[in-house]
Design a protein around this ligand. Structure first.
Ligand SMILES: C[C@@](CO)(OP(=O)(O)O)[C@H](O)COP(=O)(O)OP(=O)(O)OC[C@H]1O[C@@H](n2ccc(N)nc2=O)[C@H](O)[C@@H]1O
Ligand SMILES: Nc1ncnc2c1ncn2[C@@H]1O[C@H](COP(=O)(O)OP(=O)(O)O)[C@@H](O)[C@H]1O
Length: 286
C-alpha cells in the first residue's frame, strides 16, 4: 500500500527568543503559518521492516540523518511496529532556508504512517512524538497558524491571517539554524512585538500584521549575509506591504494583497535571485 502526503513550508510572521536555556535551546515566542509551497512524499509499506529513504535532492541525506527517516524510526520504535516503509521524497521547498522543509517532511511522514501503519493516533499525539525529531515538527504536524512557545513545540492555535500573496526569495546560501541561534546576543538584538502581531492576526488587520512583522534572528543573519538585506530592500522598493526574513533565514518573504504587485516582485527578484516563489497562505485546514 502507498500513501501520498504533502508537506507545506512555514513562515514565521514574528519570532522572538526570550532566553537561552540550560539544555542549549532558546525559549521562543513566535507566530507561524503555512504557505502553499510543499514537498510531496510517497510512503510505501515494506514487510521487511526496513526504513528506506529516497530523496531526490543533492543536499538532502538519504539515510538516518533525513528528518523524515528519523520520524519513521521514532514512531516504529515507540509502537514496536514490525512493518517498514520506503519514503520517496520529492523536494520543492528550498533546503536550509528557514522554511522548515525537513521538519515538514518529518511531520508529513508521521501523519502518513499513522494511516499506513493504522495507529489511530491524534494530531496532538503525533505532535508530541514530532518534538523528539525537531522543535518545528509539532507545528508542522498541526499546520494552519499558531503561537509557539517553549523551544517551539508548545502550540496555541490562532486564526489564520487574511488571504494575501507571499513572495519568497532565497539567496544562494544555506544557513545553519544552530549557528544562528548560537550567535544570538539577546542583550543587544532588536526584539519584535509578538503581542502586536497576535492582536493584528486576531483582528484580521492586514496592515497591522505587516507593521508587526519582526524576527530577532535577523540580528545575526543579516550582518552575516548582506544579500538578505539587499533582497529586503528590493522588495520594499517594489511596494511590498510587509517584508521579513523567515526563521533563521536566509529566505525573505514579502506580503502583498495585490496580485500585480506580487508579479512585479517576482519578475524583479528573478533578475538576481534563482529561487523565487509566489505562493498563498494556506489558511485553517492544513
Ligand atoms: C528558527 C526556526 C523558527 O521556526 O526555524 P528554521 O529557521 O530552522 O526553519 C526554529 O526555531 C528552528 O527549529 P528546528 O529547525 O526544528 O530546530 P532544531 O532541529 O530543534 O534545533 C537545531 C538547533 O537550533 C538551536 N535551537 C533550536 C530551537 C530553539 N528553540 N532554540 C535553539 O537554540 C539549537 O542549537 C538546536 O540544536
Ligand atoms: N527531509 C529533509 N529535507 C531537507 N533537509 C533535510 C531533510 N532531512 C534532513 N535535512 C538536513 O537538514 C538541514 C536543514 O534543512 P531544512 O529543514 O530544509 O532547513 P530549515 O531548518 O532552515 O528550514 C539540511 O541542511 C539537510 O542536510
Amino acid at each position: 500500500m502507498t500513501i501520498i502526503v504533502k508537506a507545506p513550508a512555514k513562515i514565521n510572521l514574528v519570532l522572538d527568543a526570550t532566553a537561552k536555556r540550560p539544555d542549549g535551546y532558546h525559549d521562543v515566542h513566535m507566530v507561524m503559518t503555512t504557505v502553499d509551497l510543499a514537498d510531496r512524499l510517497e510512503l510505501t509499506e515494506l514487510p521487511s521492516g526496513e526504513i528506506r529513504m529516497n530523496a531526490q535532492h543533492a543536499y538532502v541525506p538519504n539515510d538516518e540523518r533525513n528528518l523524515a527517516y528519523k520520524a519513521a524510526a521514532v514512531l516504529k520504535e515507540r509502537f514496536n511496529i514490525r512493518s517498514g516503509v520506503e519514503i520517496y521524497l520529492e523536494k520543492h521547498i528550498p533546503v536550509a532556508a528557514g522554511l522548515a522543509g525537513g521538519s515538514s517532511d518529518a511531520a508529513a511522514t508521521l501523519r502518513g504512517l499513522n494511516e499506513l501503519w493504522k495507529l489511530d493516533l491524534t494530531l496532538e499525539q503525533l505532535a508530541e512524538i514530532g518534538a523528539e525529531v525537531g522543535s518545528d515538527v509539532p507545528f508542522c504536524v498541526m499546520g494552519g497558524t499558531a503561537i509557539a512557545t517553549g523551544r517551539g513545540e508548545q502550540l496555541e492555535k490562532l486564526v489564520s491571517p487574511p488571504p494575501c500573496w507571499v513572495v519568497l526569495a532565497k539567496p544562494t546560501i544555506g544557513v545553519s539554524t544552530a549557528d544562528v541561534y548560537g550567535a544570538l546576543d539577546l542583550t543587544t538584538a532588536e526584539r519584535p512585538d509578538v503581542e502586536a502581531m497576535i492582536q493584528a492576526v486576531k483582528a484580521q488587520d492586514f496592515n497591522g500584521i505587516c507593521d508587526a512583522l519582526g524576527n530577532v534572528l535577523e540580528s545575526v543573519t543579516l550582518p552575516m549575509h548582506p544579500e538578505v538585506e539587499q533582497i529586503k530592500a528590493f522588495m520594499t522598493s517594489c511596494g511590498a506591504e510587509g517584508v521579513l526574513m523567515s526563521g533563521s533565514g536566509p529566505t525573505v518573504f514579502a506580503l502583498t494583497e495585490h496580485e500585480n504587485r506580487a508579479q512585479r516582485l517576482y519578475n524583479g527578484l528573478r533578475g538576481f535571485c534563482n529561487e523565487v516563489y509566489v505562493v498563498r497562505l494556506l489558511g485553517e485546514n492544513h
